[in-house]
Design a protein. Structure first.
Length: 122
């Protein structure tokens, strides 16, 4: 048996509808549950989301370059090991030289990332 038998239709402006959707989803409530809680006088407090300061665009770009370099270095190490296994020693040495050069570039780039963000990159 249904507890709630009375249906109510309400017209909302676009702004009101947006606020209803936003606030009910923040609390993981359906729009109906959200409205019922407001009617019975339950004070709904939307949790505040602490926003971490966004890194500057340049720092963000450098972080992404560092991550990409690290991934490429890992791939090249696998190729180098495969060349060694197959007996292509000259190619292995050439790739090893390139890996060392990329590691040097990577460590140089890391100097431009603020100290507190270095932990996230490594």
């Amino acid at each position: 048996m249904r507890i709630r038998n009375n249906k109510v239709n309400v017209f909302l402006s676009d702004d009101e509808k947006f606020i209803l959707k936003r606030d009910s989803s923040k609390l993981n409530l359906s729009q109906s549950e959200y409205i019922r809680n407001l009617i019975i006088g339950y004070e709904i407090k939307i949790p505040e989301v602490k926003q971490e300061p966004k890194p500057k665009k340049e720092e963000y770009i450098i972080e992404n370059i560092v991550k990409a370099l690290e991934e490429n270095i890992e791939c090249l190490i696998k190729v180098k090991n495969r060349f060694h296994y197959l007996g292509y020693f000259e190619d292995e040495r050439a790739i090893g030289t390139k890996i060392e050069y990329l590691k040097l570039q990577n460590s140089t780039l890391k100097k431009y990332i603020p100290q507190n963000d270095k932990d996230n990159v490594q």
